[in-house]
Design a protein around this ligand. Sequence first.
Ligand code: PNS
Length: 178
Amino acid sequence: MPEEQVAPWMENRAVYPGFFDPITNGHVDIIRRGLKIFDKIVVAVLKNPKKNALFSTKERVMMIQEIFADDPRIEVKAFDGLLVDFARRNKANIVMRGLRAVSDFEYEFQMALMNRKLNPEIETLFMMPSVNYSFLSSRLVKEVFVLGGCVKDLVPKIVDRKLREKLKSGKRFFPINA
Ligand code: PNS
């Protein structure tokens, strides 16, 4: 095979895990940056019944699917259990995570090393978002939104719409812990 051709079985895949309650422009920014490196990114949405989520797993998955509906390089799946097992089942040996500030470092460092201990074949790759989003988190988005602040520039359109629908439906936003 000529050198330039990449065989399909050599597809370069990463997993991008998170709780995504909801996905923000910061997450979208990291995914788009990841697409410069990877052929395929599997967005792994944690199903966590212990976390007090505003959006159900189905809603969190659906919003991300809608945002990337035109891009076949993005696949969105819900998962539970160990992330390294999910990555292996999905034939990815890279876990991609965003790193916003020094404050993220300790938590991310612990997770990356634990994942390496669990499966030394899997590497964690950190990417920095645009400075415009370096202060952004799902938790802050929900807090600002429920207190009447504008989050239009901080989340994809579908998320802004779904936040409004939640508020109208009378869904309790507090406690906000993710
Ligand atoms: O959006 P978050 O809350 O920062 O994402 C955290 C996530 C989903 C990456 C992390 O909780 C996770 O990987 N959970 C799966 C369980 C697991 O594998 N735990 C051991 C590794 S630390």
